[in-house]
Design a protein around this ligand. Structure first.
Ligand SMILES: Cc1cc2nc3c(=O)[nH]c(=O)nc-3n(C[C@H](O)[C@H](O)[C@H](O)COP(=O)(O)OP(=O)(O)OC[C@H]3O[C@@H](n4cnc5c(N)ncnc54)[C@H](O)[C@@H]3O)c2cc1C
Length: 427
């Protein structure tokens, strides 16, 4: 099933030479891109994958982070047995992870790299800079950052949250050249190492996992941290497997995204989510999963860090020694706070206009889910541009919140592979 590198090389060379059938191009080598590619390759569909294997997990997450998901919710998908995280651990003589052992991000990266070698084969690390409609047929022209160009029969966009980081408007004027490590404001996705903030005052804005975990890491690295949370309390996940009474398990059934009927339903039937009215889907997208911290993080935050709830930044200005924030509480007037750096743990915005490689023609032909700038997808994850598919977070407003997580790879990869294979084999 798995093609070895020498077997793949001629197919790649043919694709760039323009001879042979044009391949399906998968943009992105994260959990979604790799899973889709594994299914396409196993089905004998010519496929080329571009991107860095588990690139986001290596360059957009801080060292020392753990996954919030439990081990049974982070398997990548291949059409053969033996591709699960547990198989990887077994193959390397590493002890099995249980739901009570948080998974270090670097373990997940090694799993992804192993999966790629076993089930995908070659991944080209070049970045895609342009996807346009082909002038001669119904396919696409794909251009890479090293000036190579190739024709594609279909394109799968699996670039995750790259380019979609959101920094609130109240903070953007503090960084006219863009938020980042060297600026007064950065986003959590800008960091792989938080130790340079040792001895500095940092305000972390946000109340979800990345805010709380970044704050814990900053504190442990020697920074003076305050977390500013908009909600009136911090929500923590419950310890998994804690002998839950039967009636509680029935009242709040398990799902890969957490417990509760809504989460269980959206994970069981993403296809049914797609048939709901757009307004209901957007509500699900925004509300089904609020910000919360992993159960295992609680001891590193509660009673350890200063966490202010029910507060929001109303004004921010550059001061002689950093940033002066005005923070409004629930009742009190604004209070001033001066810090050296602001870390925005404020999530991501799904916005097709921020996907840099879609040509204006392709972008203009993409229909969006009403009330969003995310693509409207048909069955098989195909967009309104025939042959252009979206996997991962950008599919969440159509197929529901599971698409934001690794747990969705099985559903997505099987559907896209089947749909794209039919398209490629159609006369
Ligand atoms: C801090 C943090 C913690 C998380 N923890 C969890 C968790 O515990 N469990 C969970 O299920 N999910 C978690 N997530 C969500 C997680 O990001 C997704 O579940 C998962 O990574 C989605 O996979 P993906 O393949 O869609 O995208 P990604 O993993 O982001 O992969 C994107 C790929 O696209 C490539 N790429 C981007 N642009 C281009 C381009 N122009 N050309 C070529 N390649 C390109 C990148 O190199 C990369 O290979 C977390 C996210 C964050 C930010």
């Amino acid at each position: 099933m798995t093609q070895s590198l020498p077997e793949q090389r001629p197919a790649r060379e043919r694709a760039f030479a323009g001879s042979g059938p044009p391949p399906v191009v998968v943009i992105g080598a994260g959990p979604y891109g790799l899973s889709v590619a594994a299914h396409l390759r196993a089905g004998g569909v010519p496929v080329l994958v571009f991107g860095e294997t588990l690139g986001s997990w290596r360059h957009a997450m801080a060292t020392g982070m753990f996954l919030k998901s439990t081990p049974d919710a982070v398997d990548l998908s291949a059409p053969v047995p033996g591709a699960r995280l547990a198989d990887f651990r077994r193959a390397h003589g590493e002890p099995e992870l249980t739901e009570l052992t948080p998974i270090p991000c670097d373990v997940f990266v090694r799993y992804g790299q192993w999966f790629q070698k076993q089930h995908v084969g070659e991944v080209d690390p070049a970045r895609v800079v342009s996807v346009d409609r082909a002038t001669t047929d119904s396919g696409f022209t794909v251009r890479l950052d090293d000036d190579r160009e190739l024709a594609a029969a279909a394109v799968v966009v699996a670039t995750g949250l790259n380019g979609l980081a959101h920094v609130p408007a109240e903070l953007t004027h503090l960084c006219p050249d863009g938020a980042g490590r060297g600026a007064l404001v950065s986003h959590t996705s800008h960091h792989t190492d938080l130790s340079p903030y040792a001895g500095r005052r940092v305000a972390v804005i946000g109340g979800g996992q990345s805010a709380l975990e970044s704050a814990a890491l900053l504190h442990e690295a020697g920074a003076e941290v305050q977390v500013l949370v908009r909600e009136d309390h911090v929500l923590w996940g419950s310890t998994p497997g804690s002998a839950r009474a039967r009636w509680r398990r029935m009242a709040r059934p398990y799902s890969p995204l957490g417990t509760g009927w809504i989460l269980a339903a959206v994970c069981r039937a993403p296809g049914a989510v797609r048939r709901l009215p757009a307004a209901v889907r957007m509500l699900l997208f925004r509300r089904a999963l609020g910000p919360s911290g992993g159960w295992w993080l609680r001891d590193r935050v509660e009673g350890v860090l200063r966490v202010r709830t029910s507060c929001r930044v109303t004004r921010a200005e550059a001061a002689r020694s950093g940033v002066r924030l005005e923070v409004a509480g629930p009742r009190s007037a604004s209070e001033a706070l001066t810090v050296d750096h602001v870390l925005a743990a404020t999530g991501y915005r799904l916005d097709l206009d921020a996907v840099p490689f879609l040509s204006p023609t392709v972008r203009g032909a993409l229909a969006c889910v009403p009330g969003s700038k995310a693509p409207r997808l048909k069955a098989g994850f195909e967009s309104s541009v025939p042959g252009l598919y979206f996997a991962g977070s950008l599919a969440a407003p159509t197929y529901g919140p599971m698409m934001r997580f690794v747990a969705g790879t099985e559903y997505v990869a099987t559907r896209i592979a089947a749909h794209a294979a039919r398209r490629v084999s159609a006369p």
